[in-house]
Design a protein. Sequence first.
Length: 212
Amino acid sequence: MRPALEAFLWAGPRAFDGTPPADAIARALGARRWLSLSEDVRRRFTTHDPVVYRGTTHTTLSPVGRVFAWCLALIGAPLPPFAGKAEASVEVSPVSGGMSWARRYRGPFGIAFAVRSIKRLAEDGRLLECCGGGWTMLLDLDVADGVLIFRSRKFFWRLGSVSIPFAAPLTPGQAEIRHEDLGAGHFRFTLTFDHPWFGRTVEQDGIFEDPK
């Protein structure tokens, strides 16, 4: 295979199978930043048993964001296909090779929708968010004022060991996901996508609570 073609087809980091699912985010973040998070945040991201968080979200979609959401809904990518307020739940559980996150929404007219992804540690120590249909984000992690932040660096379509990158204009934009502990067993989840040409395409803000 020609080197240029090989570099294109294997452009993304491969997942690492040697790390227990509950340790992936802690390792990707690094000990110093991980320990700067509150105990409640660390607990939510190191669960060893299935857990469900319930709350409400409010979503805003630009016209371009709506097109991306409808198209990517066909493969289960993490974009809600409708705007407005919705009842929501987040189901977190360890699975083989990573941690599963399933977000379920019930929006206008009782419409139900679910998006699922698996967070997996890559061989180079970074984090992968693997969605349906092979849609994958390579994530950078950070902590700012006690808030855990995930930012997308690249998007890939993956099939086995093949990993084909997407140019930024062909995606909903750079993703930023924030987890902010509010105390008393509550936390805020925010999700935004910013496109290089069209600006803010997706914005979601939600408040969730720990199970009783």
